[in-house]
Structure formats: C-alpha cells, structure tokens
Design a protein around this ligand. Structure first.
Ligand SMILES: NC(=O)c1ccc[n+]([C@@H]2O[C@H](COP(=O)([O-])OP(=O)(O)OC[C@H]3O[C@@H](n4cnc5c(N)ncnc54)[C@H](OP(=O)(O)O)[C@@H]3O)[C@@H](O)[C@H]2O)c1
Length: 289
C-alpha cells in the first residue's frame, strides 16, 4: 500500500470549492490527508469532495461573518477532533480605479482576503496546537511584489496578509508552528476569468498563466519543507524579491514589457470589474464600460 506524506494527518482548506483550494485538496488527499473543506457554496464543496480519493468533510461558511472563527473551530472539533495544517485560499479580486471603487467593495475584499484569514487562524490555532504539524499556509499573490494599477483593494488585502503572517510566524515559533505564504502570478481560475489582458489587468508576455496544480505543488512544498514563502513560478523569485524591496524600479521595467501600458491605464480609469458583484458596482461597470 502506498504511504503518503499526509497519511494520518488532518488538514483544513478554506476556499476549497474551486480553483487553487480545490487543487490543493486533490493533491493532499492523494497523499493521504483527511480533509475538511470550507467555502460558502455547499454544492461546490460536495462536487469537489466527490473527486477526492481520501476521507473528506465539507462545511459551508462565509468567512466574512463574525461567527466564522467559532463555526470553523466547531466544525473541525466535531468532524476531525484534531488538526495538523490550515490552508487559507479564500479570495476575491475586484478591479477598478481607486476613485471608482465603492468603499463597500474595498471593505469586502479586505474582509474575505484578510479578515477571513485572521478569523480562520483565530478559530483554528488552538486546535492546531494539539496537532503534529502545526502548519499554517496563506495564499498571497505576486501582486504584492508587482503592484499593478487597479489592484489597490486586492494588493492592500494581500499586503496586510503578508504583515499578519510575518508577525504570526514570530509569535507562534516558540510553540513549534510553521507559517508560510504562497505567492503565485496569474492562475487560470474563475478569479481571473475575463479579467486578464484587459486594460485593468495587463501583464508582460513573459508572465505565464499558471494552472491551479502548479500552485498546489508549491503549497505542498511549503508545507513539507516548512518554508516561509514560495514564489510561483519559482524562476520569477529574484525579480519578485527585488520588486518587494524596490517596487518603482521593477515596475518601471514591467511597464516597459507591456506594449501600450500608458494607453491601457488611461482606458482602465473608466472601467471596473467587480469581484463580488454588488448592485452599485455593477452599475458603475455598466455606466463606464
Ligand atoms: N487566480 C489567480 O490568478 C491568483 C493569483 C495569485 C493568488 N491567488 C489567490 O489564491 C487564492 C485562491 O484563488 P483562486 O484563483 O482559486 O480563486 P477562485 O477560483 O475564485 O476560488 C476562490 C475560493 O474562495 C472562496 N470564497 C470566496 N469568498 C468567500 C467567502 N466570503 N467565504 C468563504 N469562502 C469564500 C470561494 O468559494 P465560494 O464562492 O463557494 O465561497 C472559492 O472556493 C485567493 O486567495 C487568491 O487571492 C489567485
């Protein structure tokens, strides 16, 4: 019988109904993990669970609700009774000029991408402390290294997540915890569908469109090696680190690599692509496109 790295281990994945979270579930389940999958869409979670070879539990939760932390903790206690690792992959990506984005949508982005992660950590750290691996992996983004125009809400949320992870890592290290970030470039999921290569989201030709499986492999590696961060694709890491240290320097050459950059930014000023479509931002989109 094949022995997987995660045999006998329990992992919670938040944002697992599709995309990267689902790909992580597939990879870890194939390596023996018993999973609990969280997202809002229960049918999506059940569909994702059906494809997995290992034991899996699903629990519908909206990470923006104030009860999310206790709801996730209760679900883990009841279904697994213990936990080795938490992967936080829930996220939304609204794109709009700052002057045109509704404050409500900015807040929603922070709420899902940042506060949801805080809630998951607060709810699940006490249970993780009883497990063997004591690992937390948060999905960040290359947009923290390459801060694109019209990404202000998303970049803010992922920068906040970066600060949260950096401090949490120091805080929990004496208890043997690992806190890792995974920072991918554009990935072919519902999140970027219809957005990539529009004036609101321009990338250089050399930037590959990743598959969710490429990211799940990086999450697996960060977990196994207890690494602080992985850039996906790995060959972009030197430029990514330079981008974090000197964003203006790197964005200068990034702009140069995208033909018609200035024109696209001017065009983007009159558009918006909501991540979580509120009626008001829908009308902004219709009125300005
Ligand atoms: N795709 C990319 O290009 C890319 C690049 C870099 C980083 N990332 C990051 O990778 C992570 C996964 O993205 P993805 O591409 O897999 O996106 P996706 O396919 O749109 O999946 C997003 C997941 O988040 C869940 N979610 C959204 N709002 C939620 C809420 N309020 N409560 C609970 N769950 C919620 C969704 O489930 P429900 O709708 O069922 O709730 C879904 O399972 C995100 O953190 C994203 O920022 C993505």
């Amino acid at each position: 019988m094949k022995v997987g790295f995660y045999d006998g281990r329990c992992v919670a994945i938040v944002g697992a109904s599709r995309g990267i979270g689902q790909a992580v579930a597939t990879r870890l389940s194939g390596e023996g993990a018993e999973l609990i999958l969280f997202a809002r869409d229960r049918d999506g979670l059940l569909r994702a669970a059906e494809t997995l070879p290992g034991k899996v539990h699903v629990f519908s939760v909206d990470v923006t609700s104030t009860e999310a932390a206790s709801a996730m903790a209760e679900a883990v206690e009841q279904s697994l009774g213990r936990l080795d690792a938490l992967i936080y992959s829930a996220g939304i990506l609204p794109l709009a000029p700052v002057s045109g984005m509704l404050t409500e949508e900015f807040e929603q982005t922070m709420n899902v991408n940042f506060w949801g992660a805080v809630r998951a950590v607060q709810g699940l750290v006490p249970i993780l402390g009883r497990g063997g691996m004591r690992s937390i992996v948060l999905l960040s983004s290359l947009s923290t290294h390459f801060p694109l125009p019209f990404f202000a809400a998303y970049c803010s949320s992922k920068m906040a997540l970066r600060g949260f992870a950096a401090s949490l890592r120091q805080e929990l290290a004496p208890q043997g915890f690992h806190v890792g970030l995974v920072s991918p470039g554009p990935v072919d999921t519902a999140m970027v569908k219809g957005k990539l290569h529009t004036p609101l989201y321009r990338v250089p030709r050399w930037m590959p469109l990743l598959r969710p499986e490429d990211v799940s492999r990086a999450v697996d590696r960060v977990l196994r090696r207890r690494r602080a961060e992985a850039i996906v694709p790995g060959w972009l890491a030197p430029l990514a680190w330079l981008g974090l240290a000197q964003p203006s320097l790197v964005m200068g050459s990034y702009r140069f690599a995208v033909p018609g950059w200035e024109q696209a930014v001017r065009e983007g000023m009159n558009r918006a692509i909501p991540g979580e479509v509120s009626p008001e931002s829908r009308s902004f989109n219709q009125n300005h496109s």
